[in-house]
Design a protein around this ligand. Structure first.
Ligand SMILES: Cc1cc2nc3c(=O)[nH]c(=O)nc-3n(C[C@H](O)[C@H](O)[C@H](O)COP(=O)(O)OP(=O)(O)OC[C@H]3O[C@@H](n4cnc5c(N)ncnc54)[C@H](O)[C@@H]3O)c2cc1C
Length: 371
């Protein structure tokens, strides 16, 4: 299918990478984003080399490498702070780092700027109020009363996708895992050249995201799924780090800015039925939201974008394209969601403990497979 008018709902990682791929294939793309400020929070994410391979397919690899920082190893520490292993990784293709740490704002700027430069129209502060699929096209009416007609609609509106509940009302909804994550940025020590993972009842990781920055993540059991006010978050995060290794305690002492703490309950969802209805298809966390234990959620959304664009190019009908896209993506995304959840449940006693290092090594083999 060529020269389509495509509406993308959600200007996050999956929506923007879809916009880049589809604009480059010659389609006319409009992105609507609910957040009028189009902002993201300030910590970072890890992208493994399968994601960099997808970035290469999208033509944005150079920008990725410039906006983040590559590293090849994972270092494992026991709760006392003693390093027990330095595990080297292997990139999926020569010349790529095994992992890239990147700040969310830097990634957002890269994807947003590239999508707009490729020709996407981005409209902020809008949601779709009505999606009327006539069979021949989709008539959409937005929250500001404006409307238009598109050949296809891609919903990349995240884990709490309202498009999913509207278009696939029978699909699974997100569930809270019992675990939450706390994150905070710090200056990066000059000698931090790996992801450092501190095992223990409170899991801690240090992730380089630029030449000068790293972020800390801390996973804690939160069985009652509390909601904390911003005021006091820094003190709560410091308290959660009591009893951790001396190096982590030293960093904890410098957690003082309530607004710098990003607290997030961890939710999962896997839509096991179709990922589309008619001319509307879903992508990313809207259909497969994972916990971050394998660091692959955004990676799966980015790979979705590459595959969906390929299938739209190859197919004669939306039905063919969307069915082929889901067929290529489902098993890989299912693996990431289920394996990540098993690690999460093992950490909080809801399942047998999972050897994190072995699970990560297995994941690298799985995601090295072609998409
Ligand atoms: C704690 C944590 C750590 C993570 N760490 C990593 C990591 O290290 N590596 C990794 O690869 N992944 C990681 N992830 C996962 C990653 O953040 C997600 O998988 C990824 O953001 C999914 O992209 P998406 O585009 O599907 O959704 P999102 O990034 O959530 O984007 C959805 C967009 O849609 C907009 N939107 C929502 N509703 C509407 C609407 N009705 N109309 C219009 N717009 C709407 C939102 O404002 C948002 O901009 C992590 C996730 C968490 C929670």
């Amino acid at each position: 299918m060529d020269n389509l008018r495509i509406l993308i709902i959600g200007g996050g990682i999956g929506g923007l990478t879809s916009a880049i791929a589809l604009c480059r294939d010659g389609h006319a793309v409009t992105v609507i984003e609910r957040d009028p400020t189009w902002s993201v929070y300030g910590v970072g994410i890890i992208q493994q080399s399968n994601v960099l391979r997808a970035a290469q397919a999208l033509g944005i690899l150079e920008g990725y490498l410039a906006a983040g920082v590559g590293f090849d190893a994972v270092e494992i520490f026991i709760p006392s702070g003693h390093k027990v292993a330095r595990v080297p990784g292997h990139p999926v293709a020569p010349g790529l780092p095994v992992n890239l740490g990147i700040g969310r704002p830097a990634l957002h700027a890269l994807l947003g700027d590239t999508a707009i430069a490729a020709g996407a129209e981005v409209r902020l502060g809008l949601t779709a109020q009505i999606l009327d699929d006539t069979g021949a096209a989709v008539n959409a009416t937005f929250s500001d009363g404006s409307h238009g007609t598109w050949d296809l609609v891609i919903a990349a509106d995240g884990v709490h996708s309202t498009t999913r509940t509207r278009v696939l009302p029978e699909a699974q909804a997100p569930e809270f895992t019992g675990q939450s994550v706390w994150r905070y940025n710090f200056p990066r020590p000059a000698d931090l050249d790996a992801l450092q993972v501190y095992n223990g009842p409170t899991g801690v990781g240090l992730v380089p995201i630029s030449e000068s920055l790293m972020y800390m993540y801390v996973t804690t059991p939160e069985p009652d799924n509390p909601r904390y006010p911003t005021e006091g978050l820094a003190a709560r995060m410091r308290a959660k780090l009591a009893g951790t290794a001396p190096a982590i305690q030293a960093l904890a002492d410098t957690i003082t800015d309530d607004h710098g703490v990003v607290y997030r309950p961890l939710e999962v969802n896997l839509v096991t039925g179709p990922w589309h209805k008619g001319r509307v298809v879903l992508l990313g966390d809207a259909v497969h939201a994972t916990t971050p234990h394998l660091g692959q959620g955004a990676g799966m959304a980015i790979e979705d974008s590459v595959v969906l664009a390929q299938e739209i190019a190859a197919a004669d009908t939306p039905e063919q394209a969307f069915a082929a896209y889901r067929d290529r993506r489902f098993e890989r995304c299912r693996y990431i969601v289920e394996k990540s959840l098993a690690i999460c449940h093992g950490q909080i006693g809801k399942g047998p403990p999972v050897d994190n290092a072995a699970a990560t090594a297995e994941m690298f083999d799985v995601v090295a497979q072609p998409i």
